[in-house]
Design a binder for this molecule. Structure first.
Ligand code: PHE
Length: 455
């Protein structure tokens, strides 16, 4: 976006690409598989899909309409729509959540850069599954290397935010995201054809509800918000750049569909391969970094050049997918500091980047050198992930649905969703009903249940 004006996205496809670029990222390819693995597989996925449909899509439409109607950053948006009320804290909490997510997300984004280098220098060649596990542990436990990549990734994000070259990124996304999609499809085919992959497919498709507890619900809900970039005003900020004719409902469905499809496909790459080589599905955040190199090695064992080309392309594209997400988080905090405190965009961005580097270093160290320092039983990385994805984002979503369902003038909602009556949106009443009753009740019940469970 140019320096001081609120630019508009150039085209319809630009709107969808930027929002999908924010949504599709490490959340789909890294976090979704490991949460699925930790929470028992198919039953988790079903609950996750329920959360996307019942909570994610209506709340995404809410964020869109709040952003486009107010044409302001997420904190200001509430001041415009509900002047003088405490609703502005919803926006502020969102800015904070985005800032915290960016801090630990950049650590994992940095890991993807390490893997780009390993792929380019052909380090995967000839390694066995235990060797991949060992080399990941060695890397993430190193006090310097991951921090180097973390800083580099944040500087890359910073550069794009300050130079206002998102337009360039948008242009490249048009080629890169479909390419990533094609590679993902090829990898799914490779993974499911590995010997012993059936167990992984079963894990994804055969729900076992006996292991479902409040923790699984909380994780599925958190993952839905995280993956769709919801609950923190990210899509609200993007929608403030939407044009008047953007169909908010359709855009939300497109983004939700693309995002969910990619997450499910990622599951179909990781689990068949993990079961095939005997990697535990609950390996946690390291899961894709130890499973995927195996897929490349084993599936293309007869054609090492293909293994090489695919692994390089995959990690480059994964890094780009992460970048389009970090840009969106950075933009929320930068737009807030710039527009609310009068900092120049450059200074606002420097504060965000510097702060995230500082916190990110703690998160990175907690994966190795300082892993014994914990709070509530979690290191900095896990704590940031838990507090943001499982508390702040769903809480943000709850407040956004109450704000739209109960507080906001229905005329505003109607004019935004139907573009002033020019669109026919048959599910309009359903959206309102969900925002008013279903979403607030469902999120509250999951929260309360989890609290009871903790006791
Ligand atoms: N949705 C992004 C992903 O799946 C992460 C994200 C969360 C981006 C919150 C912005 C806001 O990778």
């Amino acid at each position: 976006m140019a320096k001081n004006d609120r630019a508009n996205f150039g085209s319809k496809i630009g709107v969808i690409l930027a929002s999908a670029g924010s949504a599709v990222g490490l959340g789909n390819i890294w976090r979704f598989p490991y949460e699925t693995g930790n929470n028992g597989g198919a039953a988790f996925i079903l609950i996750y899909l329920g959360c996307i449909l019942l909570l994610g899509l209506p709340i995404m439409i809410s964020e869109f309409l709040i952003g486009r109607h107010s044409r302001a950053n997420t904190a200001r948006a509430y001041q415009v729509l509900a002047p003088g009320t405490p609703w502005r804290w919803v926006g502020r909490m969102g800015v904070l959540a985005g800032f915290l997510i960016l801090s630990y997300y950049s650590v994992v984004a940095g890991w993807t850069l390490e893997y780009v280098v390993e792929a380019v220098t052909n380090k995967f060649s000839g390694k066995s599954a235990p060797e991949f596990i060992e080399s990941f542990q060695k890397f993430s436990g190193n006090p310097f290397r991951p921090i180097f990549w973390l800083i580099l990734f944040l500087l890359g994000t910073h550069y794009i935010i300050v130079k206002g070259v998102e337009k360039g990124i948008e242009k490249y996304s048009k080629i890169m995201m479909p390419t990533l999609f094609v590679i993902i499809i090829i990898l799914v085919a490779c993974s499911v054809s590995l010997p012993g992959s059936e167990k992984g497919i079963e894990f994804l498709l055969k729900p076992d509800f006996s292991k479902v507890d409040s923790q699984v619900f909380l994780s599925a809900m958190g993952q839905a918000f995280f993956s769709l970039s919801l609950g923190m005003g990210c899509l609200c900020t993007y929608a403030s750049y939407f044009g008047k004719d953007t169909n908010l409902t359709k855009t939300a469905f497109s983004v939700g569909l693309i995002d969910t499809f990619i997450a499910i496909l990622a599951g179909f790459i990781i689990f068949p391969a993990a079961f095939s080589v005997g990697i535990q599905p609950d390996a946690g955040p390291s899961l894709i970094f130890i499973t995927l190199p195996n897929v490349f090695q084993q599936a293309f064992s007869g054609a090492p050049i293909l293994a090489y080309v695919f692994s390089v392309m995959f990690y480059v594209l994964l890094a780009v997918a992460a970048l389009t997400s970090t840009i969106s988080m950075h933009e929320v905090a930068t737009a807030y500091l710039h527009e609310e405190f009068g900092f120049t965009r450059g200074k606002a961005a420097r504060i965000v980047t510097g702060g995230c580097m500082f916190l990110g270093i703690f998160c990175s160290l907690s994966m190795g050198p300082t892993k014994d320092i914990t709070l509530f039983g979690m290191g900095a990385f896990d704590l940031f992930d838990f507090v943001t994805a499982k508390i702040m984002l769903p809480l943000g979503g709850l407040l956004i649905s109450v704000f739209t369902g109960w507080y906001l003038d229905k005329k505003i909602i109607w004019s935004e969703i139907t573009n002033n009556g020019t669109l026919r949106v048959p599910i309009y009443k359903l959206i309102i009903f969900i925002l008013k009753y279903i979403a607030p009740v469902a999120i509250s019940v999951i929260f309360i249940n989890e609290l009871g469970f903790l006791k």
